[in-house]
Ligand binder design. Sequence first.
Ligand SMILES: C[S@@+](CC[C@H](N)C(=O)[O-])C[C@H]1O[C@@H](n2cnc3c(N)ncnc32)[C@H](O)[C@@H]1O
Length: 454
Amino acid sequence: MAATNGAADPLATVDTDTINDEILLAAANHDIDTLTKLLRTGSAKIQDPETGFSPLHAAIASCEPDEDEKMEDAEDAGDAVHGNALSEESALATVKLLLENGAVWNELDNNDETPGCTAHRLGLKSVYSAIVDAGVRAELLFGRLDGFTLLAGGDDDEDEEEEEETIDGFEPAPDRGPATEAAKGVLEIDESCGFEPTPNPSSKVEGADVPTLTSTDPSGADQKVDEPVLSNPNVNNDAYLKSELTYSGDRLLDSDKNAVMMDWETEIMKVSADQLAYKPGLKTMNVGHGMGIVDGMFLANNPEMHYIVEAHPRVQKKLRDEGWHDKPNVTVLEGRWQDVLPKLIEEGVQLDGIYYDTYAEDYKDLKEFFAEYVIALLNRDGKFGFYNGLGADRQVCYDVYTKVVELDLFDAGMDVEWTDIAVPDLKGRDEWAGVRYPYWNVDKYLLPTCKFMA
Ligand SMILES: C[S@@+](CC[C@H](N)C(=O)[O-])C[C@H]1O[C@@H](n2cnc3c(N)ncnc32)[C@H](O)[C@@H]1O
């Protein structure tokens, strides 16, 4: 709860014991005037203890017709007015006000829904889009802050207790709303986390606690900026590379039964390889062999040379056992791409197509890959693709990360074209039996093909 400073308070009549309830109620009623006043002393990052509703959830849920109204609507199809349900227009105004006042775009309620999930479920397109935009701003901001963290933190191996640090001189993203303007000055990393993070999307592993970013305004009031959706310090690349892997029929599992690769992704691999190795005689590279699905497809397109980079000893053994080292026009490079690629760059290798699909790496790694290595290795007319599983266990996170990566690719000088691929009904096909975490829960795969801008 925000501190008061003792000066003449326009909200002197507000009872601070009930202010959270009042904020939730005003949000639920789309009562902009009352909400504006309450947010002068109260916070937008509160949750109802019983439902887990944040003010954003409350504002959006008020657009849902109650059960009786739904029955009436079903009988009277075509009637767009939902009895007591409030309008999308007033929800949008309320949501914008809350976001400007520091509301958290990806807070979970007790039904495991973020506000964006609820807006998506209710078909509130404009509200959903406002939440996605807020998520993009927050994640871009986090990406920038991460750079500050490294500079300020120095030693990566510091203990968790020592990790809390202050970052001076933080400049928020230019289009960030008033709430973030208030955050200018000091930023801290707070270890508490009110959100179960999305599993590391590019690496298909289960989520774990991640640091929550909390900004502190000059009056000392805490204000959560956002937490990273992607980082997963418990399942990092080093630990994964030392873990045992099992090939079992249609899947590759790690020692915790997380799926590293599953054969329902074959269609995605086929289109990815065909986009990058679109004619015979090209020089191509794939990072992350896994089940070898995409490498088989690259070879089917008759490249002049195809490089395979693979870091895990078990997968390296598979490559040897299956004779990949002896295949014509194939070069297998054993090691992490971070260690192997600088040598290729030194040798002056230039490629026509590069694909990236690793495991237990963060978005930060993917970004480093394209911003530093792809731009050095890909020839001017070449194409770059990657496994786009960013945030794919939740539509709103997928949509946020699709935009974030597009903006970061643009920063690196690349345009991206998205190809839609329908994802099969994975639950219906019982694909997740025996897998610890169902990392995919989105109907449409968005396949990226990136090229340097003209
Ligand atoms: C999802 S699988 C790739 C699946 C592959 N696209 C296919 O078609 O079967 C990820 C692979 O990346 C490898 N990997 C993980 N981190 C790596 C790194 N830093 N450098 C190189 N390979 C890595 C893993 O060992 C694993 O074989």
